[in-house]
Design a protein around this ligand. Structure first.
Ligand code: NAD
Ligand code: IPM
Ligand code: MN
Length: 362
């Protein structure tokens, strides 16, 4: 079987971690007897914007639509292009046009990585955030009124459709069934009085179709506190676009670093290619230093292989980085920056310059 993958490194550390990801995916697939053809693209980057005045070429949808999957790095360079321009001009287009309405973001303490949470180690944090990925708070509905006057105002609507909410919840319930049978919903229906009560209503309606899944729900504010104080009580967490975005940085931070966190932007029907990318961004503060942790990119590659029907190859990758992490000498794998030395939240695992899984035992 030969698979084709579009590789888009993007900006900043996206360009640094992507070669590690591609090497790992290539090696694992080959060991599994699968050929993969990678094609690299330089669009969805600020460099492309500089040259063409747009983040994407006009025919991007046809170009990418013929691949089995998209392997993405990170995009954004706010010093040069405003973030809303670069992101709405690239990644957010991919998610919406390719109807990747589920964003799966696993969150697990890996061996050898120290959680900033006291007395928490591997096994204590192991949950998945299922984020709604195409609507919600990330809508383009709204506008600016009275621009340039003293009465200027900006309005941006949250859009929740029954189809959109039901389909991501359905996916989350089925994910919970395959795991420990527990689903938590992130809400804020006490303060956000139209869309969030609708979200809760659909959660209740959907849960009646899954009597085998135990459910609970929390307002987003206290849920963030629970993530820190009792992370072991979560299995699958379903959340709207913005809440899911926030929870999927907080969760990985609780596991030690967002540098390892992977994500899968899925179109479950397979009508369009799905997209796999680390949770983190282009990290301008460390770009060019060669210290970015490549595990988020590599683990996303494992999610991609799993999605493509190659669970054994995916397992080779996760086994490899877990093995490397468990064995690694912290003094070799952690080039800490001076400003991080006294920050208890940034510890081993944040930067793993020397970790090249190309040499890991596949
Ligand atoms: P960021 O994730 O890029 O960085 C946040 C912090 O985490 C920084 O201190 C960074 O050094 C650190 N970090 C991130 N990834 C790391 C890694 N692999 N190894 C070690 N440290 C790592 O978030 P930000 O600073 O808010 O955003 C920077 C740019 O990236 C912005 O343009 C933003 O819009 C964009 N962004 C893009 C994506 C994406 O492409 N999916 C995601 C988030 C942010
Ligand atoms: C993510 C990112 C994006 C998001 C940004 C860069 C638009 O933070 O993938 O988590 O908010 O979805
Ligand atoms: Mn995010």
């Amino acid at each position: 079987m030969a698979l084709s993958i579009a590789v888009i490194p993007g900006d900043g550390i996206g360009k640094e971690v992507m070669p590690h990801g591609v090497a790992a995916v290539q090696k694992a697939a080959t060991a599994d007897g699968t050929d993969i053809a990678f094609e690299w693209f330089d669009f969805a980057s600020v460099a492309h914007y500089r040259e063409h005045g747009t983040m994407l070429p006009e025919d991007w949808q046809t170009t990418l639509g013929r691949f089995d999957a998209i392997y993405f790095g990170a995009v954004g360079w706010p010093d040069e292009v405003p973030d809303h321009v670069s992101l709405w001009g690239s990644l957010l287009q991919f998610r919406r046009v390719f109807d990747q309405y589920v964003n799966i973001r696993p969150c697990r303490i890996l061996p050898g990585i120290v959680s900033p949470l006291r007395d928490r180690g591997p096994g204590d944090v192991d949950f998945v955030v299922v984020r709604e990925n195409t609507e919600g708070e990330y809508s383009n509905a709204g506008g600016r009124l009275f621009d340039g006057t003293g009465r200027e105002m900006a309005i941006q609507e949250t859009v929740m459709t029954r189809t959109g909410v039901d389909r991501v919840m359905d996916f989350a319930f089925r994910t919970a069934q395959k795991r420990r049978g527990h689903l938590t919903s992130a809400t804020k229906s006490n303060g956000i009085s139209i869309t969030m009560p609708f979200w809760d209503e659909r959660f209740a309606a959907n849960s009646s179709r899954y009597p085998d899944v135990e459910v609970d729900q929390f307002h987003i504010d206290i849920l963030t506190a629970h993530f820190v104080q009792r992370p072991h009580t979560f299995d699958v967490v379903v959340a709207s676009n913005l809440f899911g975005d926030i929870l999927s940085d907080l969760g990985p931070a609780c596991t030690g670093t967002i540098g390892v966190a992977p994500s899968a932007n899925i179109n479950p029907e397979g009508l369009f290619p799905s997209l796999f990318e680390p949770v983190h961004g282009s990290a301008p503060d460390i770009a060019g230093k060669g210290i970015a942790n490549p595990i988020g990119q590599i683990w996303s590659g494992a999610l991609m292989l799993e999605h493509l029907g190659l669970p054994a190859a995916a397992r080779r990758i996760t086994d490899a980085f877990e093995g490397v992490l468990a064995d690694a000498d912290a003094s070799v794998t952690t080039p800490r920056r001076r400003e991080h030395r006294h920050n208890p939240l940034v510890r081993r695992g944040d930067h793993l310059q020397d970790l090249t899984l190309c040499s890991a035992p596949f």
